[in-house]
Design a protein around this ligand. Structure first.
Ligand SMILES: [Zn+2]
Length: 396
């Protein structure tokens, strides 16, 4: 191949929950129409394909580039194991909470996708749960303080929070849960909250908001903030049921399949298997399929102190190990020394800060904060030099 590294021109998603200024502040990215800038997609997912640009300015869509030489670009092993680039890398910047969601396991995604195809549900239909046959494990790495919910709280904690608030219209549900403090009891409690009839739900929400009026802890601040946009959504109870976690910059958290979670606010890098499969559980105006949601949720508590990913530091690199092969994620601190790195697969390097020069044997690019390059597996090695920080995405 003539080239082994390309600069990327990436798609920006203007979802309404995005921030309007964070990406221009952090990365000097223009926002001439003052739109929310929620996500930058780096990769070849059909819903937002990056454009690859050669050193001599020629442009091609990344999926087309890969399709021309899959073995050389993705590597032989990746071609055997995956139908395309296995990961999708994003910058995510939330002003408002995203919907509470779970992602399916691989086997269930395959089944669900096939079933909805068979039923003839169009891929862009609002009733469609499975957009592709893939699972979607993900890792979020905080660039600013980043607030999120992840996993069920320990059962005793949920019961104590609800008991303390003493919401009359939920008494029956809470009492039943108290008598059955098991994963099954948790599932029934969660189900009970989701299927409250409208009148009871309204009553319960107004009681909740009244009782937390003067409370200032993060947990209650989160509920009050959510209520501005979603005043009638049973998702307002979710911070009492799910762990609320605040990542500091440079901390990361892995989100397992079948585990409810939601990003609430902040800017981070997100890496995931190349999939768009989302089952929603609240804080949304979109379709909630309760049966499918329950079929894809593991009702099991995770203590909050087990949520963060333990980073492994080695010289100038920090690795954030994940329990899947679809993606891997590293932070590289670069300085005036030239350093060399072997390619592990096709790789995307995103410049977080500073200005860094990257070279393969055939191409050289200097990238600034907010810019990214794509390197083919067949480059074998690349080098980098210059003060700044890189985020590195690849797969095993
Ligand atoms: Zn998610």
């Amino acid at each position: 191949m003539q080239h082994t590294m390309w600069k990327l021109d990436n798609v920006i998603k203007n979802y309404d929950w995005g921030t309007k200024t964070a990406l221009s502040t952090l990365f000097n990215i223009d926002n001439p129409n003052n739109q929310p800038q929620a996500e930058i997609w780096m990769g070849a997912h059909p819903a937002g394909v990056s454009t690859a640009i050669t050193t001599d300015g020629k442009q091609i869509k990344l999926d087309q580039l890969i399709a021309k030489n899959p073995q050389q670009i993705l590597g032989e092993q990746t071609c055997k194991n995956y139908p395309a680039l296995p990961y999708l890398f994003k910058v995510l910047s939330a002003q408002e909470p995203l919907s509470i969601q779970v992602h399916p396991e691989l086997s269930k995604a395959k089944l669900g996708y096939a079933k909805e195809n068979q039923l003839g549900i169009a891929i862009d239909s609002a009733q469609r749960n499975y957009k592709d046959p893939n699972h979607k494990p993900e890792l979020i790495y905080a660039l600013t303080p980043f607030l999120a919910m992840n996993g069920f709280r320990p059962i005793a904690e949920i019961i104590s929070l609800f008991t303390e608030l003493n919401i009359q219209s939920l008494n029956e549900l809470v009492q039943a849960f108290q008598k059955n403090q098991t994963d099954e009891g948790l599932s029934q409690f969660f189900h009970g909250i989701l299927i409250l009839n409208n009148q009871v739900k309204q009553q319960a929400i107004s009681e909740l908001l009244e009782k937390i009026q003067n409370k200032t802890e993060t947990l209650f601040a989160v509920i009050k903030h959510m209520a501005i946009k979603y005043p009638n959504d049973s998702g307002l109870f979710s911070p009492l049921i799910l762990n609320v976690v605040q990542l500091k910059p440079q901390q990361a958290m892995f989100l397992k399949a079948q585990t409810p979670h939601a990003y609430l606010s902040g800017t981070g890098l997100e890496i995931m298997a190349s999939s768009d499969n989302v089952l929603r559980a609240g804080l949304t105006n979109k379709h909630i399929d309760i049966n499918e949601l329950f079929n894809n949720t593991t009702f099991h508590s995770i203590p909050a102190n087990q949520l963060l990913t333990t980073a492994i530091k080695e010289n100038n690199k920090i690795d954030f190990p994940v329990p899947v092969n679809d993606f891997a994620f590293e932070i590289i601190n670069s300085d005036e020394n030239i350093r060399h790195e072997k390619t592990i697969s096709a790789e995307i390097l995103f410049c977080i800060t500073g200005e860094i020069t990257l070279s393969t044997s055939k191409d050289t690019f200097t990238i600034k904060a907010g810019e990214s390059v794509f390197i083919a597996d067949c480059a074998k090695t690349f080098s980098y030099q210059g003060h700044g920080q890189l985020a590195r995405a690849f797969n095993h």
